[in-house]
Design a binder for this molecule. Structure first.
Ligand SMILES: [Zn+2]
Length: 242
């Protein structure tokens, strides 16, 4: 009974948030200022100041060096540096206050990826999965929303069934690289469904996450995808932590 009441409160809370969105003026996701009629998500000032990485124009970019000596990645694309007030963009998408923003930032990343002269269109776009328990609690997977935005521009289908998170890993915020790796090393598996295997073996996958920090989670995903499907992998994230 208690759980049911909590669920009702949670859902009506979300509904209330959506309703207030209709009546309150939209605010800039970065500085919080009221948006003008022609502005969307970000005010013009914050939009002009997005700290883009330009990794789509850089060979051997800093995000790619994160994986050197660990797994062989084709290309790594990150939209912006995770710095100062722009960290708020990731938080707004991750904790669900601005879901359409996640989709639109995904589209922006999609356009940047297409600017790479060496861009190879992916056969499948795979979001880093949440554990089913976490996804139920949060109600969505932020990486999937970003992936759908990217796919809208680059083409390629979003594949959410091939990669699974089998262990519930505690939040990674305060762990160092070694303990992060131990935490995620065996956390992922791939679908053994014949159809999935036939579709993805030897293909090029674009793996999507919200932010690239130590790369431990993405590395674990790549390792299992490459081992089980023999595919090549590129990576795309919204933000990059230097
Ligand atoms: Zn602003």
């Amino acid at each position: 009974m208690g759980t049911r009441i909590k669920t009702v409160i949670k859902h009506s809370g979300r509904l209330l948030c959506r309703m207030t969105d209709l009546f309150l003026p939209p605010l800039c996701a970065v500085c919080g200022k009221e948006l003008l009629g022609f502005e969307k998500d970000l005010c013009l000032h914050c939009r002009a100041g997005i700290p883009f990485t330009y990794f789509w124009k850089t060979q051997n970019n800093p995000a790619e060096t994160v994986f050197w000596g660990k797994v062989s990645i084709e290309k790594v694309y990150c939209l912006f540096f995770y710095v100062n007030k722009y960290k708020k963009l990731v938080h707004a998408v991750k904790y669900g206050s601005r879901l359409p923003l996640g989709f639109r930032l995904g589209r922006m990343l999609g356009y940047k990826i297409k600017e790479d002269p060496f861009f190879v269109p992916p056969d499948a776009i795979v979001p880093v999965p949440l554990h089913p328990r976490k996804k139920r609690k949060r109600g969505f997977n932020q990486s999937e929303i970003i992936a759908r935005g990217i796919a809208d521009i680059t083409g390629g289908r979003v594949e959410t069934r091939c990669l699974k998170r089998k262990r519930f890993t505690p939040t990674q915020t305060l762990k160092d690289r070694n303990s992060r790796w131990k935490n995620v090393e065996k956390a992922f598996s791939v679908s053994s469904a014949k159809k999935r295997k036939a579709e993805l073996t030897g293909r090029h996958i674009l793996l999507v996450d919200d932010v690239l920090t130590t790369g431990a989670t993405l590395e674990a995903c790549c390792a299992v995808l490459m081992k089980e499907y023999g595919c090549t992998v590129s990576i795309a994230t919204l933000a990059f932590v230097e």
